[in-house]
Design a protein around this ligand. Structure first.
Ligand SMILES: Nc1ncnc2c1ncn2[C@@H]1O[C@H](COP(=O)(O)OP(=O)(O)OP(=O)(O)O)[C@@H](O)[C@H]1O
Ligand SMILES: [Mg+2]
Length: 207
């Protein structure tokens, strides 16, 4: 634990930063089983935002475990620490007026709620997006062959098979990825951002 530290306040407030840059940040927090579509939707959303001239940046579970979180495993404590760090990083991005898009299984409700509380205390919108598909569907998709390995006992503590997943009870957005296309999923999120005045709809119109 760090001691003898003092918060140094910047010379620019959050509102002033948003006005100067003409953009508002927020965190779009995907949660869902492996292969539910978090990374797919996150990448498509990021692409759409950037092509509209809106700064979005993706933090993806696997990618972050190559770097920042390479020292963490998949036990309950490591999963909590994984999410705690990502919550802090996504808060920094969104505080900097970027649309932070996180794609982590984030199986524990308490961890997601902690991420939400961190953002709300900083006055930054936190948008939980439940990428939802039944276990039978994600097992069938199995793009990385992980369910096959988990069922064969080759991967321990695999969410949905040998580790729990606590589904969100009141996410801001619920996308049933077995019922809608990737484009429709992205559009649902864009509509939400427009409705909440986090992005301007006219920027998304292709010229
Ligand atoms: N409507 C849809 N939305 C998102 N993905 C879909 C949809 N329909 C089919 N898919 C497919 O489902 C798979 C989802 O895999 P993806 O890697 O995005 O999952 P994930 O939630 O990021 O999993 P993990 O937690 O293992 O990283 C992809 O192969 C994608 O093409
Ligand atoms: Mg993924």
């Amino acid at each position: 634990m760090a001691t003898n530290i003092t918060w140094h306040k910047g010379a620019v407030s959050l509102t002033e930063r948003q006005e100067l840059l003409g953009q508002k940040g927020c965190t779009i927090w995907f949660t869902g089983l492996s292969a539910s579509g978090k990374s797919t939707l996150a990448a498509a959303l990021e692409q759409t935002l950037l092509h509209a001239g809106i700064s979005g940046y993706r933090l993806d579970g696997d990618n972050i475990r190559f770097g920042l979180n390479k020292n963490l495993g998949f036990g309950p404590e490591a999963r909590t620490e994984n999410i705690r760090r990502i919550a802090e990083v996504s808060k920094l991005f969104s505080d900097a007026t970027v649309i932070a898009i996180t794609a982590f299984i984030s199986p524990y409700k308490a961890d997601r709620d902690a991420a939400r509380a961190l953002h709300e205390a900083a006055g930054i919108p936190f948008i939980e997006v439940y990428a939802d598909a039944p276990l039978s569907v994600v097992e069938e998709r199995d793009p990385k062959g992980l369910y096959k390995k988990a069922k064969a006992g080759e991967i321990k503590e695999f969410t949905g098979i040998s580790a729990p997943y606590e589904a969100p009870t009141s996410p801001e957005i619920h996308i049933k990825t077995h019922e809608v296309s990737i484009n429709e999923g992205v559009q649902t999120i864009l509509n939400y951002l427009i409705e909440k005045k986090l992005i301007q709809g006219d920027k998304l119109v292709k010229h």
